[in-house]
Design a protein around this ligand. Sequence first.
Ligand code: G6P
Length: 366
Amino acid sequence: GSYELGDHPDFMHKEIREQPAAIARVLAGRLDERAATTRLDGLGLEPRHWQRVRRVTFLGCGSAYYAAEYGAQLVEDLARIPARAEPSSEYRYRNAVVDPDALYVAVSQSGETLDTLAAIRELKRRGAPVVGAVNVVGSSIANECDGGIFLHAGPEQSVAATKSFTNMGLAFALLAVQLGRLRDLSLAQGARLLSGLRRFPDEVEAALKTDDQITELAARFRDCSHMFFVGRVRGWPIAREGAQKLKEVSYVHAEAYPAAELKHGPLALVTPAMPTIAVVPDDELLPKNLATLTEIRSRGGPVVAVTNADLPPDAADEVVRVGRCEPELDPLVLSVPLQLFAYRMARALGREVDRPRNLAKSVTVE
Ligand code: G6P
């Protein structure tokens, strides 16, 4: 059954590896080729309601919150609806203005995270519609939401989220396309994104082949005590998740920063002992990202670029290369080598990867 390890040394390895199949499941039956749109029937929203949505607010914790940051950007970008993501724990305590014409999306792998559940209850008490983006069917969050998008990642055993993070990102791409196609997203753009979604499992399969290179990198960096993760715009939540993963499973201190903000403080920390992992998608921000890499390298900081672009020689000390899908989706592919990096660092340091100290898979207390 799916709870078995099979040939894998641990669940984190298994769950990273099984992503292509998990991705195929979150997409299955949700791509409407004829209308060049997506259909999330489980949301239970009438077309009328879809058109009325004035803003989208995503709420989650940990990796679910970082995935939500990526999702909020996709919704703004593709549907032109103001969207944001917030940690559920913050939301429930700050007496936010609740808008009945907003769509609230509660994001959770387990469906049991107490902070998220409490935020949902507060929203519902104030009359707002809340849908879920949840992996575990029959969980408390799935049951309490008005409808939702099941992530279909399959059981996730390792404390560190991997396949559930990727499937959250894809669920939000589906949501953004559906909302977008009811507004200004053209047929051609819808078709382009659908074709990217169809190719996505293969792109992730290919990205998994960076594992040997990543294993060597981990051997080289295993004695580092600190690392930076940088990214811009859609690459930024991916950098945050990459740093989080490294902290969780390897206990190496990692700090994620929006690339352009480095110069406003943290650049002071750059030395040969402080490597940077840079998320560098092949998008309109490539020249800006290259400038950041130069900035870091000229201060002696080693740089690993995780990219799907053709970088000029000397842009980075090491380039981890994956394939291209579509610009909106590419950052999620770049997240795969970052998962592998956290995993290989943890293994190189002899950590118990599936059960990191002090952490729980799902936090059902405050
Ligand atoms: C815990 C886990 C994290 C996870 C977070 C949210 O802190 O250790 O990996 O991202 O909870 O969990 P959820 O089940 O709500 O996605």
